[in-house]
Design a binder for this molecule. Structure first.
Ligand code: PLP
Length: 385
């Protein structure tokens, strides 16, 4: 129901779901079960053990695959479990390229764990095609990038990276972490990515009440290798979390419209102030990659960063928000503010933070779907204090 042929909003609500056959319940039940009764030896309904398959997880996997325009979704216990399983496609001796501003947990997993298991990696600004080209080796099997990045909101031209990789003798796989943009705003598979992944914890679930991850692909071969790894390693998404995400994506299109509109309005308002060093938002004409953003993204999502240029002032401001909650994470209906240097990016070495622009005077807003005027008033009182 609601899969091929339907537009995005319809897919949000219906893809992967059909009325439950026994009772007709319109909502997918939460199948809390570890096993399934079999009629005879080798006679079953396709479900044998719940690490391998669960009907609630099946539904959310089909839903998320349809939203990303892919044919296979594989759901995991967290965004990091999705990244981990993606990396398990590689073997000792392989090399991967990571964006220089990827999620801190992704960097930590590669740098502290996967290198012990024999993977080599290079970090580059994947927005710089020359630098990316120089980082590729004959044994490079995977390029993993985020666009826009966190919290600097810099972009990578996905089709350009695809064609660069395609020119190599044995092209590396291209995986895009689409957590920040969401499929409402950006469709990496349609632009040539082999795999797209998410922390569903953020916009897809959207209500800050579950942790999860997903990988989507249209490749039969990659999907079956990932399914094997999902079952072999077992970091599966629980039935309850699967159900919460199904509930979340029913309003993804509505939420993203508001996130996009309110973030753009607040970014413009911030840019109009005379007391800020810089405002970062791909939807602003002043963003150095605004032209690429306009080409590659439908909207610019709900994250806005700004730098006051004064660490002490930023510290005082962080304590004065009333409606924006001071917290890590992002992408929920409620607005959050975060001080990346001491919170989400505290473990990034200071020199690397400085090189990326993550200064002590930078704040990151996750603009929620509250009334825009209330959000603006909160910012106003924070600046006035
Ligand atoms: C949060 C996040 C992750 C990690 O996901 P978890 O669900 O927290 O494990 C990965 N990538 C990006 C871009 C994120 O924002």
């Amino acid at each position: 129901m609601g899969d091929a042929g339907h537009r995005f909003s319809t897919r949000c609500i219906h893809a992967g779901q059909s009325p439950e056959p026994v009772t007709g319940a319109i909502m997918t039940p939460v199948f809390f079960t570890s096993t399934y009764v079999q009629e005879g030896l080798n006679q079953h309904k396709g479900f044998e053990y719940a690490r391998t398959r669960n009907p609630t997880r099946d539904a959310v996997e089909a839903n998320l695959a349809a939203l990303e325009g892919g044919t296979h979704g594989i759901a995991f216990a967290s965004g990091m479990a999705a990244v981990q399983t993606l990396l398990q496609l590689l073997s000792a001796g392989d090399h991967l390229v990571l964006g220089d501003n990827v999620y801190g947990g992704t960097f930590r997993l590669v740098d502290k764990v996967m290198t012990r298991l024999g993977l080599a990696y290079t970090q580059v600004d994947t927005g710089d095609l020359g630098a990316l080209d120089a980082a590729l080796r004959p044994e490079t099997r995977l390029v993993l990038l985020e666009t826009p990045t966190n919290p600097m909101l810099s972009l990578t031209d996905i089709p350009a990276v695809r064609s660069l990789l395609q020119r190599k003798a044995s092209p590396a796989l291209l995986a895009v972490d689409n957590t920040f943009a969401t499929p409402f705003n950006q469709l990496p598979l349609a632009m040539g990515a082999d795999l797209v992944l998410h922390s569903t914890t953020k916009y897809l679930n959207g209500h800050s009440d579950s942790v999860g991850g997903v990988i989507v692909t249209s490749s039969e071969d990659l999907a079956s290798r990932l399914r094997f790894l999902q079952n072999a390693a077992g970091a599966i998404l629980s039935p309850m979390e699967s159900w919460l995400i199904l509930r979340g994506t029913k309003t993804l299109h509505l939420r993203m419209e508001r996130h996009n509109a309110s973030a753009l309005a607040l970014a413009r308002w911030l840019e109009g102030r005379k007391d800020l060093a810089r405002v970062f938002y791909p939807g602003l004409e002043s963003h150095p990659q605004h032209a690429l953003a306009a080409l590659q993204m439908k909207g610019f999502s709900g994250i806005v960063s700004f730098d006051t240029g004064d660490p002490e002032r930023t510290r005082r401001m962080a304590a004065r928000f009333r409606l924006f909650a001071l917290a890590e994470s992002l992408g929920g209906v409620e607005s959050l503010v975060c001080h990346p240097a001491s919170m989400t990016h505290g473990s990034v070495p200071e020199a690397q933070r400085a090189a990326l622009g993550i200064t002590d005077s930078l704040l990151r807003l996750s603009v929620g779907v509250e009334d825009l005027e209330d959000l603006r008033a909160d910012l106003e009182q924070v600046f006035q204090g």
